[in-house]
Design a protein around this ligand. Sequence first.
Ligand SMILES: Nc1nc2c(ncn2[C@@H]2O[C@H](COP(=O)(O)OP(=O)(O)O)[C@@H](O)[C@H]2O)c(=O)[nH]1
Ligand SMILES: [Mg+2]
Length: 252
Amino acid sequence: MFAVFVTGTAGSGKSLLTSKLMQWYNDLGAYPACLNLDPGVVSLPYEPDLDVRDYIDINDLMANHHLGPNGSLVVASDMIAARLAELQNEIDVLNPDYLIIDTPGQIELFAFRASGPYFVSNLQAEGKAAIFAFDAAVVSNPINFVSISLLAASVRLRLKTAQINVLTKTDLVPEKLREILGWSSSIASLESALDQEKNGEYSLLSKDLARAIVRGGFAHTLIGVSGLTMSGLVNLSAALARILNQGEEVTG
Ligand SMILES: Nc1nc2c(ncn2[C@@H]2O[C@H](COP(=O)(O)OP(=O)(O)O)[C@@H](O)[C@H]2O)c(=O)[nH]1
Ligand SMILES: [Mg+2]
């Protein structure tokens, strides 16, 4: 089994991408399964095969521990690691080719508390990869692009696993798409976009950060995908196969 963690900021398209990866691998003839790790999610664009909400009930936490919605989400996230053994049993029974793991809406609950990195390192799988979603609607401005790139690098440092950076919602930015992808593959084009920013102080600061990200080896060409049209899924699954299985897709 190969495990794919789908991470990114709230609303960046993680859950829709999870559902499309399921569809993609099903269409290939492989056996994918999906795990929802978001204890607070109300509705999902897919039917999870495994669901942390079966183990942790946010409403119970709020009622029994006198917590508000945010406090209960924090406690719930911390409880996820404690339920890993039970989840692992359920995963082993299903024994899928690919386990697609949709992570909590708020990235800090997964990546920046203890339980997410614990879960990533202790889940038993033949290969593991993380996807980090760059929301095209957010990163169409070069300063935002640098800011989200920093967050992606930070998640990489926390999860300590191979990571693929993906540009989601490409269908929303048809005119800007080539330019945004260009920023991810060429520091010169990112710097020239930052030069055109009106605020000189933030332009300079962003350029320094962008260079540090490149120097640190955190900059990778983004793979553009759309959860609406499924464009780019072929490139994403090829990139995942390179990390997980020496380039081989599992086709059933
Ligand atoms: N146009 C478009 N909308 C998207 C795409 N991916 C997600 N969305 C929308 O963006 C919103 C947030 O997506 P969701 O998958 O729930 O994000 P999550 O919070 O990261 O799980 C939803 O309204 C989705 O329908 C995409 O590729 N294209
Ligand atoms: Mg979601």
